[in-house]
Design a protein around this ligand. Structure first.
Ligand code: FES
Ligand SMILES: [Fe+2]
Length: 362
């Protein structure tokens, strides 16, 4: 552990980099970024329970009049809102003659098949069986017990978040030719930040990493995950401290203008990595990266959706204005995530290519 100064927060969110270091002159991180550390963190994440829940997409993308559909591990799934606004889910194949329910409209909470009018209200009907669904206010989830193969959990493992009434939320969705573990491994390598994404990150130091050996997955006796990142939003949960990567980094705004923060990366379940801002501007904000397996593409390669939720909070007075402007801010946040994920998906796809041909050096 490098006892660096905590990140100070000034009157203004922005700082000016004093002695900017050119990209090629920054300290190489490859010695610290030991493949075993990343691999062990991934292994611990994979040992935690997910309860067979998979992220489908953004809450905002399930309006009253149409379903949200996704093929998860080869299974077509639709989610929509019933007449009370509750999220319901089930197979995306019409039980009559197989119409794709993803293209069917929702009328007064009923999904009406557009081929012959079969009406689904979310209850079992004509061989169509609903699936457990969960709306956490930012993301919607579906439980697929035959895909997950774990003991089911009543609800998904949702990381602690700042109060949504005080936050700006935005969700980015991208797809890559890789498996969920490649997306998670990318997020568990914080060392690549300032090298690989110099347009977004500078002055990155990994100040703490989980131990590589002798650390069992954090579970209680009944097999439940022991509150990864638990604690109040904005705090640092004990488990996050035990098994998190702590990173001091500055987000580049423009030129030498940066926003310095401390961030903690944890993996509360096998397909989720959370970045929790613990010090500096936006303390309490979280960025959740969820990896959902979709199924093979036409070349037989696995495809994985990255669903990334930004839940940004701030106690600065101006943030109330930012919240009101959130319809304008959301596309900007999504664009920033999109740029990062173009590169990070290339990293994840590369990792899968090497793994699948026995050439991965890690
Ligand atoms: S295929 Fe859906 S009603 Fe016929
Ligand atoms: Fe990255």
């Amino acid at each position: 552990m490098n006892p660096r100064r905590p990140v100070r927060r000034g009157r203004l969110p922005l700082s000016l980099r004093r002695d900017p270091v050119a990209w090629e002159r920054q300290l190489p991180t490859w010695r610290e970024a030991r493949p075993a550390v990343i691999a062990q963190a991934l292994k611990r994440a994979q040992a935690r329970p997910s309860g067979n829940w998979f992220v489908v997409g953004a809450t905002r993308d399930v309006p009253a009049d149409r379903p949200l559909a996704r093929t998860i591990a080869g299974q077509e799934v639709v989610v929509w809102r019933d007449a009370t606004g509750r999220l319901v889910a089930g197979p995306g194949v019409c039980p009559h003659l197989g119409a794709p329910l993803r293209d069917s409209p929702v009328r007064c909470g009923t999904l009406v098949c557009h081929w012959h009018g079969l009406a689904l209200k979310g209850a079992p009907f004509a061989g169509w069986e609903p699936l457990p669904a969960y709306d956490d206010g930012v993301l919607v989830w579906v439980r697929l017990d035959d895909v997950g193969g774990e003991p089911p959990l009543e609800t998904p493992v949702v990381p602690p978040r700042p109060a949504l009434t005080r936050a700006v939320t935005a969700v980015y969705v991208g797809v890559g030719a890789c498996e969920p573990e490649d997306v998670v491994a990318n997020r568990l390598d914080p060392w690549h930040g300032a090298w690989f994404h110099p347009y977004s990150f500078v002055d990155l130091t990994v100040v703490d990493t989980p131990a590589t050996a002798g650390k069992a997955p954090a579970r209680t006796e009944d097999g439940e995950a022991k509150g990864e990142g638990a604690g109040e939003a904005g705090g640092e949960g004990a488990a996050a401290q035990e098994d998190g990567f702590v990173v001091d980094v500055s987000f580049r705004v423009a030129g030498r203008l940066v926003v310095p923060v401390r961030a903690v990366f944890t993996a509360p379940e096998p397909r989720t990595v959370v970045m929790h801002i613990t010090e500096g501007e936006g303390r309490g904000s979280v960025v959740e990266t969820h990896a959902t397996p979709l199924g093979p593409d036409d070349r037989g390669r696995p495809r994985t959706a990255v669903v990334e939720a930004v839940v940004a909070a701030s106690d600065r007075p101006g943030f109330a204005v930012a919240r009101r402007m959130s319809p304008l801010l959301r596309p900007l946040v999504r664009a920033a995530a999109g740029r990062l994920w173009r590169d990070d998906l290339a990293y994840a796809e590369r990792r899968w290519q090497l793994r699948s041909t026995g050439r991965f050096p890690g």
